[in-house]
Design a protein around this ligand. Structure first.
Ligand code: AMP
Length: 435
């Protein structure tokens, strides 16, 4: 019997397996670390929310007419369960729920939060589209200022700059205020109703509830009709306030030199967006080219039963970033070589090896052989494990309290006192220089 992982999920492998970038745990961690550093330096506070959430949160937060809720939700079955729990499909609703539930409005506003973790959507699996994927989420709560939107976009852009992605590009637009969208919906209904029998069954249903979604539809029938009718864009329907907001956001981006393209066609898939909406794309990763997306969601808190609360934020897809890094070949090979491998030549030296290894681990990566072996065997094993240094203790060294050390990169050998070893490897006390 062989059991494999569920479709649309991935295993991330250790450096020693020399995985390609897409499957590299080291590369994955580096992305999270880099993003975290950008966000922490902007004053964002890290937060974590559960992977299990209530179905209600997704229904109210993401929206009942969304594909995510209608078709892609992972429901959790458990002893005594009543379909009330799901695996979260995205992070924003959870962060806002946590903010409301834990009284974080007591904290200074605007409050910048960030989080990361797995999200789940039962999608058709293809390149760049998984069922369990990971997002980095950044959210600013408690500000309706365009500066909050502009800073959020700038931070998203900074993350891809720090990762060294040269082929990313931003598309910025606006989905308007609720009244603007209502006017636009009425326009779409009027435009599409006469041809409704040509729409896909899903879109025919959406015509009344939420015709905006038809613009997002992947069904060929819908796409054909839309390209024929060429509807006007939502940007043409913006009221004065939403227009001023958008102009202010793009004004900041212009003044900071953050490159973007104004895109009138951006309609974010989730119900809760208002005003600014944007996407970050990459030219080299195929049809699923979005690295991330974001927007303002001033109405979300009320949808979740809270008081009015302004919010703006974004999510980056970690696997898409890995794809993009692979495409641009800007992933450095995971570093293996800075560890020390210690071995004893006979049983009598094994306790000294173990004691030394335990001490050195405070300063750098130290492995030891579980059994005494001849020097050549230890060396082979050290190389297989990607160690940089080999330290051997045999009967002679034990007598003199020394270690025989070899730099496996240069072949240079020397003897050193156990106490001086760390300094010789450049491992300073109190600082782990091994990684
Ligand atoms: P969304 O929450 O749909 O706005 O998605 C934000 C980002 O998450 C997207 O731009 C992708 O990078 C990533 N993402 C969304 N869905 C998936 C998926 N099924 N597989 C992999 N990445 C995804």
């Amino acid at each position: 019997m062989s059991i494999s992982r569920p479709k649309g999920t991935m295993d991330l492998l250790p450096p020693l397996a020399r995985p390609g970038p897409l499957q590299s745990q080291a590369a994955f961690s580096r992305i999270l670390h880099s993003a975290g550093q950008v966000l922490n330096r902007a004053g964002a506070q890290a937060i974590a929310t559960p992977i299990l959430e209530s179905r209600q949160l997704a229904e109210h937060g993401v929206g009942q007419s969304s594909d995510i809720v209608l078709k892609e939700m992972f429901e959790v079955r458990y002893q005594g369960g009543h379909g009330d729990l799901i695996l979260r499909p995205e992070g924003t609703a959870s962060v806002v729920r946590a903010y409301l539930e834990n009284g974080l409005k007591q904290l200074p506003a605007p409050l910048k939060l960030w989080t990361s973790g797995p999200m789940f959507r039962a999608e058709n699996v293809q390149k760049g589209r998984l069922r369990q994927f990971h997002q980095i989420d950044y959210e600013v709560l408690g500000s309706d200022q365009p500066l909050a939107d502009a800073e959020a976009i700038d931070l998203m852009w900074s993350v891809v700059q720090v990762l060294g992605l040269g082929q990313a590009h931003l598309k910025v637009g606006s989905v308007g205020d609720p009244a603007d969208r209502e006017r636009y919906r009425a326009y779409l209904r009027e435009l599409l109703s006469p041809a409704q029998e040509r729409l896909s069954p899903d879109s025919r249903r959406r015509l009344e509830v939420n015709p905006l979604r038809i613009l997002d539809s992947k069904a060929p029938a819908d796409q054909e009709l839309l390209s024929e009718l060429a509807p006007q864009n939502l940007l043409d329907f913006l009221g004065e306030e939403a227009r001023e907001h958008l102009d202010a956001v793009t004004g900041y981006l212009d003044s900071w030199g953050v490159p973007y393209q104004l895109d009138p066609s951006i309609v974010r898939g989730l119900d809760y967006y208002q005003r600014t909406a944007w996407e970050l794309h990459h030219g080299g990763i195929g049809a699923k080219s979005a690295l991330g997306g974001g927007g303002r969601y001033d109405g979300l808190s009320e949808l979740l039963g809270g008081k009015a609360l302004s919010g703006v934020g974004w999510a980056l897809g970690v696997e898409r970033l890995l794809l993009a890094l692979q495409e641009e070949q800007s992933l450095q090979e995971p570093e293996l070589g800075s560890a020390l491998y210690l071995g004893a030549l006979t049983e009598a030296e094994q306790p000294a090896v173990l004691a030394l290894a335990r001490e050195l681990r405070a300063l750098g990566t130290t492995e030891f052989a579980y059994r005494p072996r001849p020097a050549a065997t230890h060396q082979r094993e050290a190389l297989r494990r990607g160690a940089r240094w080999l330290g051997l203790i045999g009967p002679e060294e034990r007598g003199s309290g020394r270690v025989s050390l070899k730099d496996l990169a240069s072949g240079e050998r020397w003897e050193t006192g156990a106490a001086q070893l760390a300094a010789q490897l450049g491992w300073a006390a109190g600082r782990d220089t091994s990684r």
